[in-house]
Design a protein around this ligand. Structure first.
Ligand code: OAD
Length: 272
């Protein structure tokens, strides 16, 4: 494994910055399930919600008809209960060493921010819980109001409802059937031609357009996959220079920290 990461370590030592592309696998060690892992993934555990198919819980048309399923999960997924992983703190160290270009994340757990990554460097491709809007009239609802309505099960079964039009309100996480934030496209327009090091971690690269980003990185990019399984473009169109690290994100975070001589700093961040 040390030999495999050598070209990455060398590039970083030369001051080449990394763009990260993240998915749910970077947060499984924090106690948050990913989506598609057999047995442990969220989609394998949703029988209780009686959905027509598992992804329906995040489908805007299904939500419009049956918001209860999402709101049953929402309480479990709501940020605030989880602590960042070794891998999240490694992102922070990349930032402190001026080696972090951008973090494109599909995750809505906000753990990158909690680990101290500058919000301006984080592109929340699938939105976040930071704000909420009515799906009918787009009226905003503050997070405190949403949480208060969620906990009042006696009113509308705890489903947050717009004070203006009585439409259902949902957090600004991107559902299937909705567009990604403009910020995602604007940033990628700027970054796509300019990726020296691309680190893809903890994602099955299933959901587009995000899943297509590694394939759009320039041929000159050093692409690295850190994942339990080989996925997406790393499987279909593997490049000669690609580095495939089939280990957990935290194992590789530790290995990289050791190889870069950052181990003590990583420990200090985690213990702080
Ligand atoms: P997935 O559940 O599809 O993929 C997670 C990947 O991480 C899988 O390939 C796992 O094998 C791998 N994995 C899990 N734990 C790991 C670990 N500790 N170390 C290394 N690899 C690990 O999750 P995403 O790719 O993030 O979208 O899913 C993409 C989108 O699908 C999500 O953002 C969500 C979902 O539907 C929406 O809800 C819009």
């Amino acid at each position: 494994m040390e030999n495999k990461v050598r070209p990455l370590v060398d590039a970083l030592k030369l001051g080449k910055k990394a763009v990260f592309f993240l998915g749910a696998g970077v947060s499984t060690s924090c106690g948050i399930p990913d989506f598609r892992s057999p047995k442990t993934g969220l989609y394998a555990q949703l029988e209780r919600l009686k959905l027509p198919y598992p992804e329906a819980v995040f489908d805007i048309d299904y939500f419009r008809e049956s918001p209860q399923a999402f709101y049953t999960l929402c309480e479990e997924l709501y940020p605030g209960k989880f602590f960042p992983s070794k891998f999240h703190f490694l992102l922070r160290l990349f930032q402190e060493k001026d080696l972090l270009q951008k973090v494109y994340t599909q995750n809505i757990d906000t753990l990158e921010q909690l680990a101290g990554v500058d919000p301006e460097k984080i592109i929340a491709a699938h939105g976040s819980f930071a704000d909420n809007h009515c799906i009918e009239c787009q009226e905003r609802m503050a997070p405190e109001v949403l949480k208060a309505q969620m906990s009042k099960k006696s009113e509308n079964d705890g489903i947050p409802t717009c004070k203006k039009c009585q439409g259902y309100v949902k957090p600004d996480i991107v559902f299937f059937g909705e567009g990604l934030p403009v910020e995602f496209f604007d940033n990628w327009d700027e970054d796509s031609a300019n990726v020296d090091v691309a680190i893809v971690a903890g994602t099955s690269l299933t959901v587009y357009p995000f899943a297509g980003l590694p394939a759009e990185c320039p041929k000159s990019s050093l692409r690295v996959l850190i994942n339990n399984e080989i996925v997406g473009d790393f499987k279909l169109s593997r490049r000669k220079s690609d580095i495939i690290l089939k280990k957990t994100c935290d194992e590789i975070a530790l290995l990289l920290a050791l190889e870069l001589g950052w181990n003590d700093e990583l420990d200090t961040l985690i213990e702080a």
